[in-house]
Design a protein around this ligand. Structure first.
Ligand code: HEM
Length: 144
């Protein structure tokens, strides 16, 4: 399969499969589950599908904040970014997503990386007065 012979429906189907797999992993991840608990899994999954579909040239259904402006209240550092990306790579593997979609996806995400990473929790900003900051330290490894 390559970019030329992929129909819009097939593109959406791959994005949907990967997104569902990715958030299934994220909502079970010992660290990220506590970050994602601010939002329902089905809502963020559908936002991600709409966003990625639009970003990859499909229909523009996503009308929310740009990813660069969507996380000012969440403390995201390099280590959390890597943790999230490892789950995305696993979701690509588990779904058998075609290579050209994987590389496009990563390129799109990396374009927002600099605007999302913070040096420390002091950089977090509420989006509105009643917003909660999401500052979740990496859990310590439990050795049995
Ligand atoms: C470590 C990195 C990331 C983490 C931990 C993270 C986590 C989250 C969380 C918890 C929300 C819900 C926020 C809320 O409603 O309070 C959210 C929203 C969102 N994220 Fe991420 N995210 C990360 C990276 C990304 C990337 C790379 C993209 C896409 C390029 C992205 C796209 C979005 C979008 C489109 C929304 C919805 C925005 C809105 O409704 O305003 N995120 N993210």
């Amino acid at each position: 399969m390559n970019e030329q012979n992929l129909s819009p429906e097939e593109l959406e189907s791959w994005i949907s499969k990967v997104s569902h797999e990715f958030y299934n992993l994220g909502y079970q991840d010992p660290w990220l589950k506590d970050v994602f608990k601010v939002i329902k899994q089905e809502i963020i999954t559908s936002q991600q599908i709409d966003f990625m579909l639009g970003a990859m040239g499909g229909p523009k259904r996503y009308s929310g904040r740009s990813p660069g402006d969507a996380h000012p209240h969440i403390f995201i550092n390099e280590e959390m970014w890597q943790q999230r990306e490892s789950l995305l790579l696993l979701a690509f593997e588990k779904t058998g997503c075609p290579e050209f979609i994987r590389s496009k996806w990563l390129k799109i995400e990396h374009a927002f990386k600099r605007s999302m990473l913070m040096e420390g929790p002091h950089e977090c900003r509420k989006r509105w007065a009643t917003d909660e900051l999401v500052i979740v330290p990496k859990p310590k490894l439990k050795i049995a």
